[in-house]
Design a protein around this ligand. Structure first.
Ligand SMILES: CC(C)(COP(=O)(O)OP(=O)(O)OC[C@H]1O[C@@H](n2cnc3c(N)ncnc32)[C@H](O)[C@@H]1OP(=O)(O)O)[C@@H](O)C(=O)NCCC(=O)NCCS
Length: 123
């Protein structure tokens, strides 16, 4: 069963401007600890943050069906499995709300845009 669906699109130049202005402080507002470690290894940091930003916004849209309080970007991490496929890691409080349901996400990026969709599925 699909419980909810979310989508987001972002212009990468907005991320580029913020990164130029705030540097790693901006990245650390968006990314969780494990994502930050990956971010530091990335050549294309704008693309990485843009994809994560879109994915987190898409996940936050799906979570609207389960939560009435604000969810912070850092409570949602988008990591990659051995094949590069993204998966969602939620921190404790958010995970408790979603319980045994699964959140799936898919990301795409072009030079000027990044987009993501997310769904919550379960029995
Ligand atoms: C996975 C693939 C389709 C990505 O397409 P692309 O046009 O190069 O790049 P996009 O910008 O659209 O997508 C990139 C995102 O795809 C996602 N991705 C990577 N590998 C993936 C996989 N195996 N399955 C699902 N999503 C994947 C990641 O989220 C990645 O962004 P991130 O690294 O910032 O997290 C491409 O790299 C590919 O064909 N890989 C080899 C075959 C493969 O693994 N296919 C998937 C299963 S059949």
């Amino acid at each position: 069963m699909i419980y909810s669906l979310g989508i987001d699109l972002i212009q990468t130049n907005r991320v580029k401007k913020a990164l130029n202005l705030w540097g790693e402080k901006f990245a650390a507002k968006i990314l969780g600890e494990e994502e930050m470690e990956i971010y530091r290894t990335k050549f294309n940091k704008v693309q990485f943050i843009s994809g994560r930003f879109a994915a987190k916004e898409a996940v936050i849209k799906t979570l609207g069906a389960f939560m009435d309080n604000r969810v912070h970007f850092r409570q949602i991490q988008i990591l990659n499995d051995l094949y590069g496929k993204p998966y969602v890691h939620l921190d404790g409080e958010v995970r408790e709300r979603v319980m045994d349901k699964e959140i799936k996400v898919s990301i795409t990026h072009e030079r000027e845009m990044a987009a993501a969709v997310a769904i919550i599925t379960g029995d």
